[in-house]
Design a protein around this ligand. Structure first.
Ligand code: NDP
Ligand code: MG
Length: 384
């Protein structure tokens, strides 16, 4: 049995991970579940999957959680400190991180330090500290199995290939709900419109990021670190059907692609099973029924976030950390209807211009960059 710790079990990826585990009870068992605000779902998940331990974000729900699980042999912990040190309470074979934003950074680093493999959905962590994480993974011989569908596709395309034959990594993008819009048509986009993704059902933060193409930008940086590849070799192609999940072009002109119905359970299962195939009941893609696959160039003028991410990725150092921190704050402000849609990219660009650049930051400097950027971005928002 493979023991799985799921960080962020109540979210979109977390709940789908539990579905995969439920379908494969002879292979996986749940070792740990964590949640931030949804205590009702966490309690239900704990009752169903009987993990060794659970961790919940805040203590205000302590009574109800303890009471609901009083007949279970489940250890219960609270707060950020407990989440960061979750490996004090459990002993997983693999950790699936489905936390959102920078909250995944310290738990991820602590997982690698203990030499435990990761199934990584939480792309922001790699964006913030990719070089540090890569160095640690090498030292501790830890594997990262990507959960993000594009990176899972690339990972699959690279099986049996040598890295020095890669000519290009081609990341596909659905284009989001505003694919055909011009910049001036985005001025009055509402939260409801931005949360309406055409192909995927995901958490709110990544759904907004998908609409602005920041998600693709974060994925470009994620790919740079996951596959240790020069950012100049990463291209983005809009493919509205989301059937080709990404491709690799090799130096002989061959292109390998991974295809399938848009269903996150497939890359989740592949990552949990450490890059091995597992039979399942998911819908298979039918080329005859759905015979149109189209491709377009992304418009960087309309979706300036993608350009900002490429620039930050090229610059390296703490620039991706600034990009991410500022983005987390503006997305939150947009979701709380404090700023308008196009303010997001303007504020991120300003943060990238104003926050001091550090070429080779250590972890403390990245954490400091994150704090300073969040404060700067919040001040900007309050002055609007
Ligand atoms: P959700 O918002 O649906 O879920 C996030 C999870 O993290 C929830 O369990 C939430 O708990 C918990 N959480 C949120 N904030 C904090 C915090 N500050 N501290 C601790 N825990 C927290 O996100 P998704 O599942 O959509 O995405 C998770 C990650 O996976 C993101 O990095 C995203 O980019 C990536 N990803 C997601 C995809 C998708 O299809 N959803 C596809 C590819 C990548 P609670 O709900 O209890 O508040
Ligand atoms: Mg993706």
């Amino acid at each position: 049995m493979k023991k799985v710790a799921i960080l962020g079990s109540t979210g979109s990826i977390g709940t789908q991970t539990l579905e995969v585990i439920s379908d494969n009870k002879n292979i996986f068992e749940v070792e740990l579940l964590t949640a931030f605000s949804n205590h009702t779902l966490l309690i239900n998940q704990a009752l169903l999957h009987k993990p060794k331990a659970i961790i919940f974000g805040d203590r205000s729900k302590e009574k109800v959680i303890l009471n609901s699980l009083k007949n279970e042999e489940i250890e219960i912990y609270f707060g950020e400190e407990s989440l960061n040190n979750f490996l004090n309470y459990c002993n997983p074979d693999i950790v699936l991180t489905a936390l959102v934003g920078k909250s995944g950074l310290i738990p991820t680093i602590n997982t690698i330090k203990k030499g435990i493999d990761l199934a990584l959905a939480n792309k922001e962590t790699l964006v913030v500290a990719g070089s540090i994480i890569n160095k640690l993974c090498k030292e501790k011989k830890v594997n990262i199995y990507p959960v993000d569908s594009e990176h899972s596709a690339i990972f699959q395309c690279l099986v049996g290939e040598s890295r020095d034959t890669i000519d290009k990594i081609i990341l596909t993008a659905s284009g989001g709900p505003f694919r055909n819009k011009k910049l001036n048509e985005l001025k009055n986009i509402s939260k409801k419109e931005a949360l309406n993704h055409p192909n995927w059902e995901m958490g709110e933060k990544i759904t907004i990021d998908s609409s602005t193409l920041m998600n693709k930008g974060l994925e470009v940086i994620e790919a740079k670190f996951l596959f240790d590849i020069d950012i100049q070799k990463i291209k983005v192609v809009v493919h509205p059907q989301s059937i080709i999940h990404s491709m690799v072009e090799f130096n002989d002109g061959s292109i390998k692609a991974q295809l399938g119905e848009p269903d996150m359970k497939l890359p989740i299962q592949y990552a949990l099973f450490s890059g091995k195939r597992l039979k399942n009941k998911f819908t298979h893609y039918d080329f005859i029924k759905n015979n149109t696959l189209t491709f377009e160039e992304p418009c960087l003028k309309t979706f300036n976030n993608l350009k900002l991410a490429f620039d930050a990725g090229k610059l390296g150092g703490n620039a991706p950390c600034i990009l991410n921190a500022s983005n987390e704050i503006v997305v939150d402000a947009f979701l709380n209807e404090k700023i308008r849609y196009l303010d997001m990219t303007k504020i991120i660009e300003d943060s990238l211009n104003k926050i001091s650049y550090i070429a080779s930051p250590n972890l403390d400097q990245l954490i400091e960059t994150d704090i300073v950027t969040r404060k700067y971005t919040l001040d900007k928002i309050n002055k609007l």
